[in-house]
Design a protein around this ligand. Structure first.
Ligand code: HEC
Ligand code: HEC
Length: 332
């Protein structure tokens, strides 16, 4: 009885092993939405074939299959035109056999490629990509190939297209805001440390606009800092901006994470994000006579007779970034 159950178990295990690969085959991520078909071919090759044909895995003698460039080189050697190159690769992948093989050395070294179920149209895209584009190759390959065949065109084709980075309005706006903040903040801190708060007031007075403007030019965007209680009257928020300031005030008071507000109109993105105080800001936006030194108060009132930007504590909405830029072409 015991004997019997063990052999039954073995049989069952064998069965489940046989069936294993089919069900456990990891589905690669979706590739259909990729921008260009060449990108699709590359992605397919990397997800379906690089398991064994990866150019950068291990040393020459730790590999489990030839790097893809070796496959390409042998097939280019045997087939001159694109059509027969693609057909031969598809043929081999469909039913790997020694009769089909163009790589006797690889078969001897690694054993024949295991038969696997790859959708035909995917293999076609991979083969076309191989033919059309230069692919990554391990360092040792060129010398290895040149020694044997002396043909330097084994990896010919177009250079792979640079993948266009998908521009996302929210990320673009955040980048513009944070980079500008960094530039302003770095210069402001530097001036405070080296020359004191009074000089820093002069710095803000003279440099806040030119620095922000240069970042606008840099990013091809209109970048502004606006406030419901502006120091410089030029920075007064308009009606829309005032409404967003109120929204952000509620969010900041409630704690939690703060998301920018974005709207799109006539191909333009309007981006808003709060500017929140920290203790450093209180040197010039805090309470006169308390956190703002008397000399600084004097300085400020000379430069900004209509200054409304005092009386702040930390973690308050001092104003917002109001940034306008062209909507990226592929956003909707
Ligand atoms: C599980 C490992 C494995 C995977 C995955 C794999 N291959 Fe292979 N392949 C091999 C091995 C090992 C060889 C070398 C032995 C041989 O030539 O059969 C090989 C060789 C080849 C050859 C040359 C065959 C010859 O001898 O002429 C082609 C063409 C090929 N692979 C295409 C592909 C393509 C395309 C993919 C992806 C869709 C792929 N392989 C995925 C293991 C793999
Ligand atoms: C050294 C003094 C000083 C410090 C410190 C300072 N500011 Fe200002 N801030 C100014 C001056 C001066 C202006 C007006 C600039 C101008 O004329 O465009 C200003 C303007 C602003 C504006 C534009 C709206 C307005 O009121 O005109 C914002 C927003 C702002 N500051 C936020 C901050 C924040 C946030 C901090 C801390 C991280 C800070 N400031 C620290 C002096 C300072």
């Amino acid at each position: 009885m015991k004997q019997f159950s063990i052999s039954l178990l073995v049989v069952l295990l064998m069965f489940s092993c046989k069936q294993g690969p089919k069900t456990s085959e990891g589905e690669p991520g979706p590739v259909a939405q990729l921008a260009t078909s060449s990108e699709e071919g590359k992605k397919l090759m990397e997800t379906k074939c690089y398991l064994c044909h990866n150019p950068s895995v291990g040393e020459h003698d730790q590999r489990i299959g030839p790097p893809m460039v070796a496959v390409k080189a042998h097939y280019l050697d045997a087939y001159q035109d694109r059509e027969s190159f693609v057909a031969a690769i598809m043929e081999f992948v469909k039913s790997p056999s020694e009769d089909n093989s163009k790589m006797r050395g690889a078969v001897r070294r690694f054993g024949i490629m295991p038969t696997q179920q790859f959708p035909e149209d995917e293999v076609r895209k991979i083969a076309e990509y191989l033919y059309d584009f230069q692919i990554d190759e391990p360092d040792w390959f060129r010398e290895h190939w040149m020694d044997r065949r002396g043909d330097s065109l084994y990896n010919r084709g177009k250079k792979p297209e640079a993948v266009p980075v998908k521009q996302i309005p929210k990320e673009m706006g955040m980048k513009y805001a944070l980079e500008t903040k960094k530039v302003l903040g770095k210069n402001l801190m530097g001036t405070i440390q080296n020359k004191g708060v009074e000089e820093a007031v002069v710095f803000c007075n003279e440099q806040a606009y030119p620095l922000t403007d240069s970042m606008s030019t840099n990013f091809n965007a209109r970048i502004k800092r606006v406030s419901d209680k502006p120091r410089n009257p030029e920075n007064a928020a308009n009606t829309t901006e005032l409404a967003h300031i109120e929204t952000f005030k509620d969010q900041v008071a409630a704690g939690g994470s703060i998301e920018p507000i974005l709207t799109e109109e006539d191909g333009k993105v309007y981006f808003y994000y709060p500017i929140v105080t920290n203790s450093m800001c209180l040197n010039c936006h805090g309470t006169p006579g308390k956190t703002i030194q008397p000399q600084v108060v004097q300085h400020l009132s000379q430069l900004y007779p209509d200054d409304k930007a005092t009386g702040y504590d930390v973690d308050e909405v001092r104003g917002i970034w109001s940034i306008v830029f062209d909507a990226p072409a592929d956003s909707n």
